[in-house]
Structure formats: structure tokens, C-alpha cells
Ligand binder design. Structure first.
Ligand SMILES: [Zn+2]
Length: 342
């Protein structure tokens, strides 16, 4: 049995003890490092998480009041957020700047920027409230009045929008287009009037806006043709293209070169064999060879700011100009429509 034990004076005992100590030290060192690394990693994660959440309004306000960044730079930051669609952050910066500002003129400017951001984000009631607050101090601010008019129009509060035009008129601004536009919208959305009454009113008031003509052609094509000025044909090509064959007035169409080409291309009439409008001419030529696999598609371009849209707009969504869009036509693959698409 004594051979199984090693005496402590034996050199082998020393070697075993040495390796045992190395093992224990390595083991302890490994776990200590691992625990420390894990704690560091968790601490960094907590720090990064705190950065990824948006600052509160109070934090932002303190940052603005105590940082060395100028107000002008903060405005650029807010505009950058707004352009990128992060309107909430832009709104918070404008609010904090407004709270911190001591100049009345700067506060008014910031309130308009804030209102514009609310408008862009679709918070129309907040936009209205901000503008009214601003106008209570400076009632003749044209920029705020125009934005308030747009806000009321979007809210379909046409009477209130028309009240704004009275103020703008007193400031000697040209707002006849605005009045006509608002009255047309008010008429078309009046639930107390029948479609026939609205059509009669459009003709009686001699309304020639795109919205008015569209309503007239959809609801009373016969009246529309008698009211319609053929010089406006290009402006409403898409509306005319979508009409049923039964809704046409052949006397008017045959007397006008553009309309003859348009409906010959559509295949409703056979008044011309060619036309100066390239797209219509191609369609006419295709039809003479009994090929009907092509049609027209439409895009809408603002003549004021060149903004392109796939949808017709009574007011340009970019520059807010009224009835400024013209119709761009192009060829597309597809059969001719057999009925209107209203
Ligand atoms: Zn425009």
C-alpha cells in the first residue's frame, strides 16, 4: 500500500503540485476574464440601447439650451428630419426651439415651420391651432394665412377657407383662382344638391376648372359638350378618352382637328387617317391594320413646378397652384377601354 502514496519530499510530489497550481490559476483566470467580458458586453449594450431611443422633449430642450450648436443649425437638422419623413423629431426640435426663443419674430417664424410640419404629417387640427396662435399675434402674415387656407381646404371646411380669402383680398393679393376653386369644391361636395342641380350650376356659373368639367362629363355629357370649350381639350384628354361612345357629340368632334384625331385613335369614329400628335397617329395607323393591342396612358405635369403625378390633381401637391396640370400622353400595351373609368 505504501507504494501508492508519494512522500512530500519526493521530487514527483513537487512536480504534481506545480502543475496543479498552474491549472488552478489558469481556471480562475479564465472564468474571471469570461465574467468580466460578459459584464462589459452588457454594459455596452445598455449604453447603445440608451442611445438608440429618441431623446425626450426635456432632454432635447436642455440640449438646445446648453449646446454650442447655433439655432440656424438646429433648424437645418429639423428640416433634414422633416425631409426624411421623421416628422415627430422635427416637430420636437421646432417646439423646443420655440420654447427657448426669446425673440417674438423668431417665435412666429418657428410657429409657421411647426405648422408646416404638422400639415405635412397630416396633423391638420394641430396645424390649424398653431397657425391661429401665430396669427393672433401677427394677423397679416401672408404665409400663415395661405397655409391656413390649405389646411381648411384639406379639412373640407370650405366656408372657413373662403373667409381666409377675404383677408388675403384685403392684403391685395390675387386670389380669384382660389375663390373659384373653393366654390367649385364646396358645390361638388354639397350633399343637399342633386347631380342635375350641380351640373346646371356649373354651366350657369361658367365654371371651366378640370374638376367642374370632369363632374359635368360624368353626370351630364350632353350638357358638358355644350358647355365645353374645345380649346381646353388637351387639358382634359384623359377625361375625354374615357367617355363612352354614346356620350360623344359628333358635330363638335368632327369640327375640331384634335378631337377628330383623339376619337379616331380610340376607334369610335373614322374622321381622320393621320394626325400631328404622334401617339394618336400611331394608334390610328395600327387601327387601319386592325391592331387594337395598344392604348394611351396618362401622366400629369404641373406647368408651374414641373412636378409629375400619376393622378390628376385640382391643386398641385408640390407648389399648390390651382389647375396647373397638363396631361402628358404616351403609348401603352393594352386593349381600348369600352367604357369610361370614372
Ligand atoms: Zn406644381
Amino acid at each position: 500500500m505504501d507504494t501508492l502514496f508519494i512522500e512530500f519530499r519526493d521530487p514527483l510530489f513537487g512536480i504534481i503540485l506545480f502543475f496543479a497550481l498552474i491549472f488552478i490559476v489558469s481556471f480562475v483566470s479564465y472564468w474571471a476574464t469570461r465574467i468580466r467580458t460578459k459584464e462589459d458586453s452588457e454594459q455596452i449594450s445598455r449604453f447603445l440601447n440608451s442611445l438608440s431611443s429618441s431623446p425626450s422633449y426635456q432632454e432635447l430642450k436642455q440640449e438646445i439650451e446648453h449646446s454650442c450648436i447655433s439655432d440656424k443649425l438646429w433648424l437645418q437638422i429639423a428640416q433634414s428630419y422633416s425631409s426624411n419623413g421623421e416628422t415627430q423629431m422635427a416637430i420636437q426640435i421646432y417646439q423646443a426651439l420655440c420654447d427657448s426663443s426669446k425673440s417674438t419674430e423668431q417665435k412666429s417664424h418657428l410657429l409657421i415651420l411647426l405648422a408646416r410640419t404638422y400639415f405635412k404629417a397630416g396633423f391638420l387640427q394641430r396645424c390649424e391651432k398653431t397657425l391661429l396662435e401665430m396669427l393672433a399675434r401677427r394677423p397679416r402674415t401672408v404665409e400663415a394665412l395661405k397655409l391656413l387656407l390649405l389646411t381648411y381646404e384639406k379639412m373640407k371646411l370650405y366656408d372657413k377657407a373662403l373667409e381666409i380669402t377675404v383677408v388675403l383680398n384685403e392684403l391685395e393679393l390675387y386670389i380669384q383662382d382660389e375663390i373659384l376653386h373653393l366654390n367649385t369644391l364646396k358645390l361638388l361636395e354639397d350633399l343637399t344638391l342633386s347631380a342635375e342641380q350641380k351640373c346646371t350650376y356649373i354651366v350657369k356659373q361658367n365654371l371651366h376648372s378640370r374638376r367642374a368639367l370632369e363632374y359635368l362629363f360624368v353626370n351630364n355629357a350632353h350638357l358638358a359638350w355644350s358647355h365645353f370649350n374645345v380649346q381646353d381639350a388637351k387639358k382634359i384628354t384623359d377625361i375625354l378618352w374615357s367617355l363612352n361612345k354614346e356620350s360623344l357629340n359628333l358635330d363638335i368632334i368632327s369640327s375640331d382637328e384634335y378631337l377628330s384625331g383623339l376619337y379616331s385613335a380610340k376607334g369610335y369614329v373614322d374622321f381622320v387617317k393621320s394626325t400631328l400628335v404622334f401617339e394618336l397617329d400611331v394608334l390610328i395607323k395600327l387601327r387601319t391594320h386592325d391592331i387594337e393591342m395598344a392604348s394611351l396612358q396618362f401622366e400629369y405635369r404641373c406647368t408651374n413646378c414641373a412636378h409629375m403625378s400619376l393622378f390628376a390633381q385640382a391643386r398641385c401637391s408640390k407648389c399648390n397652384k390651382i389647375d396647373s396640370t397638363i396631361v402628358d400622353i404616351s403609348l401603352t400595351q393594352g386593349r381600348h377601354e369600352t367604357s369610361n373609368t370614372f
